[in-house]
Ligand binder design. Sequence first.
Ligand code: ADP
Ligand code: GLC
Length: 484
Amino acid sequence: MRVLHAAAEVFPLVKTGGLADVVAALPSALRAAGADARLLLPGLPAVMAALQSPQMLAELGPCFGVAGVRLWKGRLAVPELPVYVVDAPMLYRRGGGPYADAQGRDWPDNLQRWGLLGWMAAQLAGSGLDPQWSPQVVHAHDWHAALACAFLHAHPVPGVRSVYTVHNLAYQGLFPLADHTLLGLGAAFLSADGIEYHGQLSFMKAGLSFADLVTTVSPGYAHEIATPEFGHGLDGVIRARGAAVQGILNGIDEQVWNPAQDPALAEPYGLGAMAGKAACKRALQREAGLADAADAPLLAVVSRLSHQKGLDLVLDALEPLLAQGAQLVVQGSGEPALQDAFEQAAHRHRGRVAAFIGYDEARAHRMLAGADGLLMPSRFEPCGLAQLYAMRYGTLPVVRRVGGLADTVIDADAPARAAGRATGIVFEEASAPALVSAVSRLVDLYRTPSPWARVQQAAMEQDYTWTGPARRYLALYEELASVR
Ligand code: ADP
Ligand code: GLC
């Protein structure tokens, strides 16, 4: 099975969230399962710098308003994958982030930047750009690559199918309708059955409407997005696709997230050898300037600071959380108001609250290892990887019962504990009191060492490798390819 994954991010080169981790790990797991999976990426500076053995496949005339667009074929060393890179210096070679500048303002040419990525994916499938290889399945991730599905619908290629994975329905790629002329999709695509969305162009809708199969990153989120509460205005489109929308839970890359061989940690540890975790906690308390208190439950947040993640609830609940004797360390970046609020909280509660504003991969590992609990009070969560990493590191997640969080964390209620199945704390309501009572359940558990150790062990034993999910994707590709 030859499959091309098209995406904006890939760990460790370009990462704003879990998408990058998935795009690095899933194609690798598919290759391990016997598929010929390759990546198509935009030529962002980090990607160009990492491209090995580059071979130019094509130089294309003006497309999407820019000249000098080249398609390269090569390899990446990490992740170790064959890769195609769309090199459009005018669109991709700049500082700042993949979607926005350093001040957080969306790039004004995002329509061209991400339209080109989707277009190139369709071209690789249909135009023989690589004489030695072409995909049977084009698998587009999130709105940035979604237009591939519309281009393949506009110009079908015999034997080629498209899959679209929604990692987060909240980010839709909306643009002025008048800009459709830049895309070169016919007027037929502008209807409400096409990519028009309340008077705008929606890249997300291009994926949802025109992919042969739509997946999302947990079964729970697959159900939720078909409802008005979680559908971000697209639940009708999703319901209309019926069984063509499926939920497949993400996995974790055990090469990257394994406390027994994690170079970021003060000391390694693992099941049956937990002494290193105490050393990681001491090191984290020191690094964060928290009181050196081995018995204080240490709570962590490692997250984008956005409305989705519900971290305003952590701020609202802060005093009662600290009254339980807990410490809190936060690392994140995003909405300026949340950044400021966490910095101020750290200032007010010196020694008990610490805030690292920014992005630091190695510290994220140290935090997930050193903490006792991870807070994820998300309003919605398509899958969530941080809680999976936390469980792997014996750090018990405190999560809301939504999306992938509900699918992956088993609440430590009495029956689950008796059965040895509990892996964390799950709560219902998106409110500060509900979070406080969830954390107090965690703290009570923490203060009873042997039940705590049992839940910790169950969390660490969970199998969240990519082997199972990769097999499921492969089965879906094969099923699609078999339909004539
Ligand atoms: P999302 O993709 O919605 O941000 P996930 O839980 O799926 O949520 O993935 C988040 C990923 O990003 C995790 O790997 C997490 O460790 C990482 N992450 C988020 N914020 C930061 C940060 N400030 N520094 C380092 N890593 C971060
Ligand atoms: C998105 C979601 C997150 C998910 C990640 C990877 O960013 O917000 O829940 O884990 O994509 O699929």
